[in-house]
Design a protein around this ligand. Sequence first.
Ligand code: UDP
Length: 371
Amino acid sequence: MYDYLIVGAGLYGATCANILRKAGKNVLIIDKRDTIAGNIYTRDENGIKVHVYGAHIFHTNDDEVWEYVTKFGEFNDYINSPIANYHGEMYHLPFNMNTFKEMWGVTEPEEAEAIIESQRQEIKGEITNLEKQAISLVGRDVYEKLIKGYTQKQWGRPCTELPSFIIKRLPVRFTYDNNYFNAKYQGIPVAGYTALVEKMIEGCDVKLGVDYLKDKASWDSQAEHVIYTGPIDAYYDYKFGPLKYRTVRFETEALSTNDFQGNAVINYTDAETPYTRIIEHKWFNFGKDENGKDIDGTIISREYSTEWSLGDEPYYPVNDEENGALYAKYRALADEDDVIIAGRLGEYRYYDMDQVIRSAIDMMKSKGYTI
Ligand code: UDP
């Protein structure tokens, strides 16, 4: 008999597992996939850590989370500075003086501010959607070239039908600063995320390739407590209907060239290019393997965003009103049940990695554990 059964070997489950092990608990972790680490899983190919489920760049302002996560492996000092390609025109991201210079030829912050100020005049009244939010932040020109097409491709909906908070993730600044995240700490584990998670779950029993929901009662009987980190609607057999997600598909290619695009991330912000971005994985560690040796060849992934349907991998929750209300109904059930349902899929949240760890730490602390 285990003290805890943790369903899902992703970052939330691994954090809980680690804290519980440290407290001397017996933990069994199971996962439907044949791999650990959930969507932060990285595969080693020719020394390149391939981010199989999309680019993951760790960034946080949370001292405790940074101190905690860096115990499990060395992080490099990668700083995310994506580039946008709009029909062959290249722009720096996030929106900063470099972008404004490329867009309007202005070199002084005051000039850029004046242009944005005049362009934002078209927005009157309350900010009710992403389009209004974007134009009021950066003006119509930046919206048209760098936001509109990309966002509609990513979410499969017009910007007028999306909540404004999505775009607030992106900083706007009037300095020449291409650092995408306004974060105190940033980096990527040099040995890959899989190695990091492996370290976190050391000492736990792990069973991969097993479907908890198919045999729930039998799994439950093996442990005192259950932490479930899968989709909350699946746990309740979709009794109120499925929650919506966006899913992402990657076309990954190994190339013999040493440098395909000169940057880890290039966003294709026009509406016509079918993919949203191309990731060149080697640049997440400056073109070097974990021993510091230059890597020959390269691996790229084109990222396509599509509507999710049952059976697909859920990536981004569609946090509109309808799905928020549906989630609340499932949450009410979970609150009554003797199971912890949490993590990105359990809480139906557009979580960054640090927020997942924070949420797991807080949950464990609320049960009296220390990290
Ligand atoms: N976004 C955009 N243009 C870009 C990059 C991002 O308009 O070139 C907007 C888009 O609406 C997206 C949101 O910013 O959904 C958040 O982007 P981020 O890159 O933070 O998302 P993630 O990396 O989580 O996919």
